[in-house]
Design a protein around this ligand. Structure first.
Ligand code: ZN
Length: 173
């Protein structure tokens, strides 16, 4: 770490900064459907990825030890639920660096960008996994409940922005 990185801490803390994304994500994630856990189904899915369900999993992209599950297709698009929920067919074992570097990139583009010697093999495994398990959910229909949920989200954003203004006043005193 370079000494100058302290710069990012030597300024007022902003409550709303970067929380917009977190809040959008939370609200969209909360209406995304999810699969129930099934031991036999997950074991079978791990085999499709060419991995041993009785061992620690490897990142489906780079092969390093997996530490999390990547949503293959982002749950949130344009601040709304994308139609890709918390489903077995939308989750891949993943290391944390790949999870954060991939972000919302297409999985195939991300994998190709890693320039691994066994790209074709990895891509074929993920393709097989998606063919077997991938599903797409319907987008939420317009309803009073959905409208109200979006209203609440806007209210949360507005309140956080107001809190920032008040915090600034308090700091300045
Ligand atoms: Zn990885």
């Amino acid at each position: 770490m370079r000494y100058s990185s302290i710069k990012s801490h030597l300024k007022p803390y902003v409550i709303v900064a970067r929380r917009r994304t977190t809040i959008n994500h939370a609200f969209a994630s909360a209406i995304a459907p999810s699969d129930a856990y099934s031991d036999s189904l997950v074991r079978a899915a791990v085999l499709v990825l060419g991995q041993d369900p009785d061992k620690d999993l490897a990142c489906a992209y780079c092969g390093d030890p997996a530490q999390t599950w990547d949503h293959i297709f982002a749950t949130v698009k344009d601040s709304r639920f994308s139609g890709h929920g918390h489903r077995l067919g939308n989750l891949l074992p993943c290391c944390k660096p790949c999870n954060s570097k991939k972000g919302n990139k297409n999985w195939r583009d991300y994998l190709a960008g890693l320039n691994l010697p066994d790209y074709d093999k990895q891509a074929a495994r993920i393709d097989a996994y998606l063919t077997r398990y991938s599903t797409q959910d319907l987008l939420p229909q317009e309803s009073p409940e959905y409208e109200r949920l979006l209203q609440i989200k806007e209210q949360v954003m507005t309140l956080l922005a107001e809190a920032d203004q008040i915090a600034r006043v308090i700091r300045d005193k």
